[in-house]
Design a binder for this molecule. Sequence first.
Ligand SMILES: *[C@@H]1O[C@H](CO)[C@@H](O)[C@H](O)[C@H]1NC(C)=O
Length: 306
Amino acid sequence: MCRLIIILLLLLILIVGYLWWKPTAGGSNSEVLPVLLWHGMGDTCCLPFSLGAFMELIVAQTKGTYVRSVEIGGNMVMDWESGFFIHPNEQVDYVCKQLLADEKMAKGYNAIGFSQGGQFLRAVAQRCPQPPMRTLITFGGQHQGVFGLPSCPTLSVEACAYISRLLTSAAYATAVQEQLVQATYWHDPLMENNYRRGSTFLADINNELYLNVFYTENLNKLKKFVMVKFLNDTVVQPKDSQWFEFYTSGQDKVIQPLKDSKVYENLGLNKMQRDGKLVFLGVEGDHLSISKAWFIQNIVPLLLEK
Ligand SMILES: *[C@@H]1O[C@H](CO)[C@@H](O)[C@H](O)[C@H]1NC(C)=O
């Protein structure tokens, strides 16, 4: 009986998901640059109570600009699973190809990443200069990774605890890196060398092991890089990763100021700072607690910039 109810509920979610499954919206106003969204872990591209609502809000506030929400794999279940099990390098590749194939994006676009979608979009900016990304906005992105996984959205407590244990004990094992997205941005400050050599995503895009000049150049092509930090975040640990800061190496209490970190120079964030491209915004509240009013006041003007 109970199982039947669960199956019926899942079916209902699939039907609603299918009917609402629209990874693109708007498109009647070509005066405003298109917008690309990338969802966080445990979310999908377009459900009406989540990113679908942001798509509608952006379309309304920009008088109909084209909005595209990243969807990995072609259906809701795959898209949801991708947040946990499809390697970010593969996802970024997939998105870059989608962008190239989308004529409406050809002249450039603004990008908004939610949670891990933030660092994934930064990878898009660094690896795929065509079509050009103009402004990158990250909500609660983990630009310096995470050390700890206090809670994982839309997973059971047991599943979350299991993932946490796996990360703590074997994040840099090849098999874990290949199969668990969160391991690729696990940043252990007590074992920086293991992180630099073992992280198959974050250490690469942060120029930790090799200095990839192409990444630095491409990131510097952005007009603005806006990082939004949730001041009372209980999901991202440490919170400071949302503003590209992290623990001073060797311990997990003291945060190193961004200006003193290697990545500041290695990614050319110093130059971006001098050019006035880095914007740090703080919002009171927990992870991704973005109100409509705050979005309209702080984010919409960035999207409307000429
Ligand atoms: C959220 O964090 C800020 C900054 O640390 C603090 O001033 C504020 O009191 C906190 N708000 C809540 C509701 O905990």
